[in-house]
Design a protein around this ligand. Structure first.
Ligand code: MRU
Length: 358
């Protein structure tokens, strides 16, 4: 599979231990492609919380790099103090966003790595943690590439795919999850169409998915979230592919608010509904979707757009950033090891066992 064309890397570490985590400021897209260099934990935490970097895998990578920023200036003699500082920094970063499990997964992996390196002094630990953060980024790029390989068969010539939010190159290290099969099909020279929902209230579909698919030369049509039913009723959609922020052991899927409505409409209209996600998004310690924490965001995201009021001042709002789609509505998962179809608890555990084994 080729690279997703001109879509640049959403996040990478620049330089050595004294370097920086460089990320695309996604709040500026599509008007401007600008970057921020994060050199300390508060800057990284703010970037995650305000969605400058967003998408489950990308915030996992950001968290791991943020952990490096938080320990690199630690005293070089005291290993215990170093590990305590790592725990503090990881807790601070993990609190930036609660729903995507990739963030806590990556931070736990950094803490586990440091503790496993028994006998390492602080300078060697610092170096090893930077290597681990880079490895998390590189592994994510490889997982996304494999998701593309396993999912591209769902997109034949003339297929119309609908996606919600942005689960593309911007949301991951490279290629994306839901968009990876699209990039892979495009690389094979297949002509197909993508319907991208706007994705209220922060417009990740309009601002980010429409932008990145357009950059890659893929035929993309933007629709309002409320048009999904009408578009499906006219028979214009062959398959839905979305990403995920956390998948419970039974296959319930937390993803961007509105995903559940798309899944219900897909079932009503007989449209297959696939979820593309790497193993880092599965959380087998969460038995069902009912216990996944759902982030509630500031009401001003609904009351204002671009600084202008779009609702009466002080109106009360409910602004959950994610919803949970029951496993029964999911036709299959597209993972780095292959398709899980139909979705059963046992097949999820088996596929995860395979991918975690190697
Ligand atoms: O609030 P966001 O923009 O971080 O939400 C992103 C999504 O819901 C994505 O679909 C999900 O994180 C998967 S990204 C590969």
């Amino acid at each position: 599979m080729t690279d997703p064309g001109p879509v640049p890397r959403s996040i990478e570490w620049i330089g050595g231990l004294d370097g920086a985590a460089r990320l695309i400021d996604q709040t500026c897209l599509p008007a401007a492609l600008s970057y921020i260099d994060c050199r300390d934990v508060p800057t990284m935490r703010e970037a995650i919380a305000s969605l400058r970097v967003r998408g489950a895998p990308a915030i996992g990578i950001a968290g791991a790099m943020g952990a490096v920023l938080g320990i690199r200036d630690e005293h070089e003699e005291d290993r215990v103090a170093f590990l305590n500082q790592l725990d503090r920094v990881c807790a601070e970063l993990a609190s930036a966003r609660p729903t995507a499990v990739n963030l806590s997964w990556a931070l736990d992996r950094m803490r586990t790595r440091a503790r496993a390196l028994v006998g390492y002094g602080v300078p060697a630990l610092k170096k090893a943690l930077l290597e681990e953060a880079r490895r998390i980024r590189d592994e994510d790029a490889a997982m996304c590439r494999n998701i593309g390989r396993h999912g591209e068969g769902l997109i034949g010539p003339g297929t119309a795919v609908l996606t919600h939010c942005n689960a593309g190159a911007l949301a991951t290290a490279e290629h994306g999850t839901a968009l990876a099969p699209m990039y892979a099909a495009h690389a094979q020279g297949r002509a197909f169409r993508v319907y991208a929902t706007e994705t209220r209230p922060l417009l990740q579909g309009a601002r980010l998915t429409a932008w990145e698919l357009g950059q890659a030369g893929i035929d993309v049509t933007l629709i309002c979230d409320s048009a999904v039913g009408a578009v499906m009723k006219r028979g214009l959609v062959d398959v839905v592919i979305t990403g995920a922020d956390r998948i419970a052991a039974n296959g319930d899927v937390a993803n961007k608010i509105g995903t559940y409505s798309v899944a219900v409409l897909a079932q009503q209209h007989g449209v297959p509904f696939y979820v593309a996600a790497p193993s880092s998004t599965f959380d087998l310690s969460t038995p069902t979707g009912s216990t996944i924490p759902i982030e509630e965001r500031h009401p001003d995201e609904i009351r204002f757009y671009s600084g202008k009021p779009t609702a009466p001042a002080g109106i009360s709002c409910h602004n959950p950033a994610f919803d949970v789609t029951p496993a029964a509505l999911v036709t299959g998962f597209i993972t780095e090891t292959g398709l899980i179809r139909p979705v059963t608890k046992e097949d999820i555990a088996r596929a995860l066992g395979r991918s975690r084994a190697g």
